[in-house]
Design a protein around this ligand. Structure first.
Ligand SMILES: [Fe+2]
Ligand SMILES: [Fe+2]
Length: 165
C-alpha cells in the first residue's frame, strides 16, 4: 500500500470520527444545556467527577457502543445523559434525609425528574430505570440499549474512581 492510500484511509477515519462526534453532540444538545441537567455539576460523584460529567461520560460510551452495534445510539446518548438525574449529593443524602437506599431508589428518581423536562421513549425509559442492575435485582433491562448502559455505567464509574476519566 502506498503512502497516499494510507493517508487517505487515515483521513477518512478521522472524518468519520468527527462526523459521529458531531452527531453525538447534536443528539444531546438540548439536554446538555438544560438548567436542571446543568445543576448536576454541583453534586460530586465518583473520584473527582461530578454528576454532570459522569452522565456525559456514560452518554458518550453508550452512544459509541450502541452505534458500533447498530442499535438506537440517539436514545442511548440521551438516556445516558439523564440516567443519574437524581439531583442530590448521594454521599450526604442518607445522613440528611434518612433515605439510605440511594443505590436502589435513584433510577426511579432520575426517571421522574427526566420526565418532568423531556419526552422519553420506551428505550430511554428502560435505560434510565434499569441501569443499576444487578444492584436492583428485579429491575432487569428489557432492551439491548438497556444492557449496554449496565456495562457503560460501571465502566465509567470504575475509570472515574481510578481517576482515568
Ligand atoms: Fe446510577
Ligand atoms: Fe451512573
Amino acid at each position: 500500500m502506498d503512502i497516499r492510500k494510507i493517508y487517505r484511509k487515515l483521513l477518512a477515519g478521522k472524518r468519520c470520527r468527527l462526523k459521529w462526534s458531531r452527531q453525538f453532540h447534536s443528539s444531546i444538545k438540548d439536554i446538555l444545556t438544560h438548567p436542571t441537567v446543568r445543576s448536576m455539576k454541583q453534586f460530586p460523584h465518583h473520584g473527582k467527577t461530578n454528576c454532570y460529567d459522569h452522565c456525559r461520560h456514560v452518554a458518550y460510551f453508550n452512544y459509541k457502543w450502541c452505534r458500533a452495534l447498530n442499535l438506537d445510539c440517539r436514545s442511548a446518548a440521551r438516556a445516558g445523559m439523564l440516567h443519574d438525574l437524581f439531583l442530590y449529593d448521594w454521599h450526604t443524602h442518607g445522613k440528611e434525609t434518612g433515605e439510605k437506599l440511594h443505590g436502589l431508589t435513584h433510577p426511579a428518581t432520575a426517571l421522574r425528574n427526566a420526565r418532568r423536562h423531556f419526552k422519553l421513549n420506551q428505550i430511554e425509559t428502560d435505560i434510565i430505570l434499569n441501569h443499576m442492575w444487578p444492584v436492583t435485582l428485579l429491575h432487569i433491562p428489557k432492551t439491548r440499549e438497556g444492557w449496554i448502559i449496565v456495562i457503560a455505567d460501571k465502566y465509567c464509574g470504575l475509570l472515574e474512581t481510578l481517576r482515568f476519566l
